[in-house]
Design a protein around this ligand. Structure first.
Ligand code: AMP
Length: 602
């Protein structure tokens, strides 16, 4: 009876939030004007805005119909570097209104997706409120397709990073870390208390290896109750389950005895986990038997076998996470378990929600939430690609149009996203390229295409993360025929000697004969469709592609390097191209074989 009542009330809440979203989506244009007005009202006196809006006496005096065009004509488009001096002053303790009227006391570290350079971004209460809101909205959509049993649990591979203080006393951490420490996260945990396997002491242990072990242990301890498995980015799930392949015997000992491995050394984490677990020899025996079978099957179907009641896996699987899909599907037992791609956002602002959880990750779109920020879209016309029939999305191939508001975007058109946020970013170029796939009511549904920033270039060639991903996929087709798999990859444009050339680094699982790897190298060199690359290769102004095979564990070292610099596993994304000296040192040190594609025949 009680369960039925709770179930009805939670589905009611779900229906309420969907009804709210449908309403704002239907009125997206008006809601965007209101959102812009609200942001400007709240922050009108801030120094950065005063610089551009000096001649405006009061936001209230502006005709609502003219607000957006006036704003975009007076305030220029900005990059992170334009705002950096203000953010630096905030970090140094200047509490005057610089970007926002209210003082900012937290800064987030965004991952600096491609070059590994982390950026500071303001974090406010609004940031955690919108995180909770999108979490609830996405959960409501998912529960329509994959209903969750009341009293069930979630196995969440989530991690806080270490926080530190700036010179001016502001707390710095990743956005997810601030969220995990916020009131909103507590609300989420309390309202869905029975759903979470790991307590806060595990999430915030500060040591991702110890957290992963405890997440796995508690996930197994409650295995019969786990309703779904999740992480912020798909990488974390793959990382955790790969560790499981090595840790399962030790985990089984802990389950059998109710004790905790000596590898968990953080006292409050130990205590919290020991409070939860108790000896369960029957469960340990069952898991051991399953793992022995799974080991022989290369861990295919690990998730449904160990968590038989899991209904789906939920995580960001698009963009730079796409290369992990294959491994996730492997762990999910092929089609046995649906993979639901999670929502689209950044440290700067949440952007869109997946309203169609049953669509496969390759086709997922994100409906923009018009209350979260004020969004503009810079149209990108890709003339070169059309002319040469190529699919390259590289930055300089684009001719930019004038930014348009959300209400004027066109289906099929690609855009760069521009944000005006409640946290004090004004007409801020996010650097993501999206394509409008359709509309939910009147708000656009976006396909994530890639980071705009050019990643691989030697001279006139231009290749993005997406271009590289497609090339690596071609090489991988040969690899899978040889029964090996790609663990992770990155690249580097080596211009130290003439002619410059591309280097692709691969960490692989399985033994592969050298002729096969040589063929992979040749295949990848020929797979770049960028016209600049093709021409340069033909004239040898770009040298043969180099494929470096890394010893196992090299990408783990890269992860450790980032974590040591304050990144959190929850937000980690392997840089797909790097010129960072430290990373190159790790990569070159870990290289065990090198191949050069010789003849170029494209
Ligand atoms: P960070 O602020 O460090 O967490 O990184 C944010 C960036 O991650 C975004 O600007 C995107 O490039 C990428 N990202 C976030 N969500 C998604 C998603 N659902 N699909 C693809 N890429 C995403």
């Amino acid at each position: 009876m009680e369960t039925a009542a709770r179930s009805t009330s939670s589905s009611c809440n779900g229906d309420n939030i969907i009804a709210w979203f449908d309403h704002v989506a239907a009125n997206a244009a008006l809601v965007q004007t209101q959102t812009l007005r609200r942001i400007l009202q709240l922050n009108f006196g801030a120094e950065y805005l005063r610089k551009w809006l000096a001649n405006i006496g009061d936001i209230e005096d502006i005709d609502p119909n003219a607000l957006e065009s006036l704003y975009s004509s007076l305030v220029p488009l900005a990059n992170h570097s334009d705002l950096e001096p203000y953010i630096q002053r905030i970090a140094d303790g200047d509490s005057s209104p610089l970007l926002t009227q209210q003082p900012i006391d937290k800064l987030s570290l965004s991952s600096g997706t491609t070059d590994g350079r982390q950026k500071f971004v303001p974090f406010t209460r609004h940031s955690s409120q919108t995180t909770l809101q999108i979490f609830r909205l996405a959960a409501a959509y998912r529960s329509r397709v994959y209903p969750i049993k009341e009293g069930g649990r979630i196995l969440e591979f989530i991690y806080s990073s270490k926080q530190f203080k700036t010179k001016g006393g502001l707390t710095v951490g990743t956005a997810t870390t601030h969220y995990f420490a916020s009131e909103e996260f507590k609300i989420k945990q309390q309202k869905t208390k029975s759903f979470t396997c790991s307590p806060d002491e595990v999430i915030s242990s500060g040591d991702y290896k110890q957290s992963t072990y405890c997440h796995l242990l508690l996930g197994l301890f409650f295995s019969g109750d786990v309703e779904f498995i999740t992480s912020t980015f798909a990488y974390s799930i793959v990382q955790a389950l790969t560790s499981f392949e090595e840790l399962w015997k030790e985990l089984c000992v802990d389950i059998r005895t109710g004790k905790l491995s000596s590898r968990i050394t953080i006292p409050r984490t130990r205590e919290a986990v020991l409070d939860i677990i108790s000896p369960n020899p029957t469960l340990a025996m069952k898991i051991e038997a399953l793992c022995k079978e799974l080991e022989d099957e290369d861990w295919f179907g690990l998730i449904p076998k160990l968590w038989p009641n899991a209904k789906h896996v939920y995580s960001i699987m698009t963009g730079s996470m796409q290369p992990y899909l294959k491994k996730l599907r492997h762990y999910g037992g092929g089609d046995q378990l649906p993979l639901v791609s999670a929502d689209y956002g950044s440290t700067e602002s949440w952007i869109g929600v997946n309203v169609d959880p049953s669509s496969p990750p390759e086709r997922v779109t994100f409906a923009v939430i018009p209350t979260f920020s004020y969004f503009e879209f810079i149209p990108l016309y890709n003339t070169l690609s059309k002319e040469y029939g190529a699919t390259s999305a590289a930055a300089d191939d684009f001719i930019e149009g004038e930014p348009v508001p959300l209400s004027q975007v066109q289906i099929g058109q690609r855009y760069e996203i521009v944000l005006t946020t409640f946290t004090g970013l004004y007409r801020y170029r996010l650097g993501d390229v999206v394509e409008v796939a359709g509309f939910h009511r009147n708000t656009p549904k976006l396909n994530f295409i890639c980071r705009r920033k050019l990643i691989l270039t030697v001279n006139i060639d231009k290749n993005t993360e997406k271009d590289l991903q497609l090339v690596v996929e071609r090489g991988c087709q040969i690899l899978s025929k040889a029964r090996a798999e790609l663990v992770d990859f990155t690249s580097h444009a080596n211009v130290a000697r003439q002619p410059g050339h591309y280097v692709i680094y691969w960490e692989i699982k399985g033994d592969v004969a050298e002729p096969v790897l040589r063929e992979c190298c040749r295949e990848m060199d020929a797979a770049f469709v960028d016209h600049g690359y093709i021409v340069s290769r033909r004239t040898n102004s770009i040298g043969p592609l180099e494929l470096c095979i890394l010893e196992r564990g090299t990408f783990r070292k890269i992860l450790d390097h980032f974590i040591g610099n304050g990144a959190a596993l929850s937000q980690f994304k392997t840089p797909r191209c790097t010129s960072n000296e430290v990373l190159l040192k790790i990569l070159n040190h870990g290289t065990i074989k090198r191949f050069h594609s010789t003849a170029y025949c494209n």
